[in-house]
Design a protein around this ligand. Structure first.
Ligand code: SAH
Length: 229
């Protein structure tokens, strides 16, 4: 079964972007993933093909029109389309690895990329868009956020990452940040690799890594420890 992403955007040329390369690029080539970028402007109805207008109530900037965006959404997702509909938005629920994993088990996703000041609230309500944020900072448009979300999903799809094992231990997967990594050379600018990692004692290595994970998480992201079930 392939994962089908439809992205509504004013900049379809930004897709598949970096996802056309490396692991995701190969998944697209194999047909395991499709990313279909739909131009919102194609659904504009006036002579100037306008997609935005000034905010009701005044203020700076422009707002994406409800009618144009709704027409694009309705075209891209028939009523019986089971795919979740997400709007990339700084006001949304912060994206987590848990949500990414959930999304990766579905048949696909519809992503709406905002621009300008955002989109008319009525289309968010009527088309039941789930608002998702990729972090507490502002982007100028939803496209990079959509690429981030798709990247996170695609790497979890079956057959995309070579080493299936590297799933469970990675950052966030077990509620912790990952331990530090080392590789050759054995000596780098007078610094050796921590001895335990070259000791051959697998149990000791596992213990050391877990301790490192915990210490890092405590120091950098104590909020993750609070969140653990
Ligand atoms: N005026 C809005 C910001 C609009 S930014 C506000 O203050 O909330 C323009 C578009 O960029 C948004 O509609 C959204 O699609 C995207 N965007 C900006 N920051 C984002 C973030 N942190 N996560 C996801 N999308 C974001």
């Amino acid at each position: 079964m392939s994962f089908r992403a439809t992205v509504l955007t004013l900049f379809p040329q930004m897709f598949p972007g970096h996802l056309g390369h490396s692991l995701a690029g190969r998944a697209i080539e194999r047909g395991d993933v499709s990313i279909d970028a739909v131009q919102i402007r194609d659904f504009a109805t006036d002579r100037h093909r306008s997609v935005d207008d000034t905010p009701a109530g005044g203020g700076a900037g422009m707002v994406l029109r409800a009618d144009v965006l709704a027409a694009a959404i309705d075209h891209a997702t028939p009523d019986d389309d089971p795919r979740p509909r997400l709007l990339l938005s700084p006001r949304g629920t912060p994206l987590t690895q848990k949500r990414v994993r959930q999304l990766s088990t579905g048949s696909g996703i519809l992503l709406v990329c905002g621009r300008f000041e955002g989109v008319d609230q009525r289309v968010i309500d009527s088309r039941r868009l789930e608002e998702v944020s990729i972090g507490d900072y502002l982007l100028s448009g939803g496209e990079p956020a959509a690429l981030v979300l798709l990247d996170a999903i695609i790497r979890l799809l079956p057959g995309v990452m070579g080493n299936a094992e590297s799933g469970g231990e990675e950052s966030f997967e077990n509620g912790l940040l990952e331990y530090p990594h080392y590789t050759r050379p054995a000596l780098f600018e007078d610094k050796p690799i921590p001895e335990i990692l070259t000791s051959g004692d697998h149990q000791a290595v596992r213990r050391w890594r877990h301790e490192q994970s915990l210490a890092l998480t405590r120091a950098r992201r104590p909020d993750l420890l609070d969140r653990k079930p």
